[in-house]
Design a protein around this ligand. Structure first.
Ligand code: 13P
Ligand code: SF4
Length: 293
């Protein structure tokens, strides 16, 4: 058994991605976490990802190189907001985006990621779904299903993706009118409407490899661009806005990863009660979503 396995999200710094044993989107990372054969999982991503690893593989010690690296969208919802919504809509099921705290996951029926949100919502028994915490992803899911989607909170979103504007896309299309526009579903409904392809971070990377288009305008966080260029060197890959930078993802530096391995910490701890509830909701996600790729 190895001592350390480094797992990294597609948005972390390129040098951290190069140090990693596996780089992926949230769903791929959640699956990977369960099969890791190492004493320590070093998680290069934001806090909810490292907690998710500790919840899904309690036999391993999970190290988060910087516990201050927190997803700004996940911070916008608390467990009490979900409980209140459940009281208001007792017939609804709660589908919560993986970008949420462990406490919020623990009071949810099932967890989804950007890769499987549509599929999961379609598979729910109830016609009414409380969807937390991203209103943009909630809107996208509503356009792809017949379900009534209630976003909780009303205004939850990722500040990074929400900042991408139609003007940003138009400016790029002026220079490259033939380009394809591909975006993450955390972007606003107006952006999603004009996009040629919408998908999770890894789905965007795959799409670039598979599309016939030569020039692709990419509407998501900048950290993904270096991997796209590395894996599709023949394509002209243009970030829709170079200001789409998640400061919390960037807090995970190569130096912090090395220090964390030397010190074998900080170790992620999740309260046992919270852990049980969150694990149930995460495991339900695996039951309901068969692996696509
Ligand atoms: P993915 O699950 O698509 O990798 O996205 C995670 C995320 O934080 C997007 O902002
Ligand atoms: Fe959270 Fe947005 Fe950063 Fe993704 S890009 S981790 S949703 S703040």
């Amino acid at each position: 058994m190895k001592e350390f396995v480094i797992l990294a999200h597609n948005y972390v710094r390129p040098e951290v991605q190069r140090m990693a044993d596996f780089v992926g989107d949230s769903l791929e990372l959640a699956r990977k976490v369960k099969e890791v054969d190492a004493e320590y999982i070093v998680f290069a991503g934001v806090d909810f990802m490292a907690e998710m690893a500790a919840i899904l593989n309690p036999d391993k010690k999970v190290i988060h190189p910087d516990p201050c690296s927190k997803c700004a969208m996940a911070a916008r919802i608390k467990a009490k907001d979900i409980l209140k919504a459940k009281e208001k809509y007792p017939d609804a099921e709660v589908v919560t985006y993986i970008n949420s705290s462990s406490e919020v996951k623990a009071v949810s029926d099932v967890i989804c990621t950007s890769a499987n949100a549509v599929k999961l919502v379609k598979s729910m028994k109830s016609n009414r779904i409380i969807f937390a915490p991203d209103k943009n992803l909630a809107h996208y899911v509503a356009t792809q299903t017949d379900k009534e989607i209630i976003p909780v909170p009303e205004n939850g979103c990722c500040p990074v993706h929400h900042a991408l504007t139609l003007e940003d896309i138009a400016r790029n299309l002026e220079g490259y009118p033939e380009a394809e526009v591909i975006v993450h579903p955390e972007c606003t409904p107006e952006i999603i409407k004009l996009a040629d392809f919408v998908g999770s971070t890894s789905a965007l990377i795959r799409h670039i490899k598979e599309t016939g288009a030569k020039t692709i305008i990419v509407g998501t966080e900048m950290g993904i661009i270096s991997r796209m260029k590395r894996e599709s060197p023949e394509k002209n890959i243009i970030p829709a806005s170079k200001y789409l930078v998640c400061p919390d993802m960037k807090m995970i530096t190569a130096e912090k990863v090395i220090k964390a391995m030397e010190q074998k910490g900080p170790i992620v701890h999740v309260d046992e009660n919270v852990c049980q509830g969150a694990r149930k909701a995460l495991e339900r996600m695996f039951e309901l979503s068969t692996p696509e790729r």
